[in-house]
Design a protein around this ligand. Structure first.
Ligand code: ZN
Length: 76
């Protein structure tokens, strides 16, 4: 698709790293499937995967996790 940020680039399939911070907790997900703009580098993660990330992060934070780094595939 066309990038909505720079309006010039085309997005391509790739993976990215997403960091979620809440209070004193930092949760990092690696290898998250995303569409990445070949011009400005803007990343687009689809709604389904965003939901999975938020749910997992909320669980970890509830359990008292302060810092966690994991691969998206094993988190989902
Ligand atoms: Zn762009």
């Amino acid at each position: 698709m066309k990038c909505v940020i720079c309006k010039h680039g085309e997005t391509k399939n790739g993976t990215t790293t997403i960091t979620l911070e809440r209070g004193s907790s930092t949760i990092v997900f690696k290898d998250v499937p995303a569409q990445i703009c070949d011009n400005c580098g803007e990343k687009y993660v689809d709604g389904k995967n965003t939901k999975i990330l938020l749910k997992k992060a909320t669980e970890l934070i509830k359990n008292g996790t302060e810092v966690d780094i994991r691969k998206f595939q094993t988190a989902a």
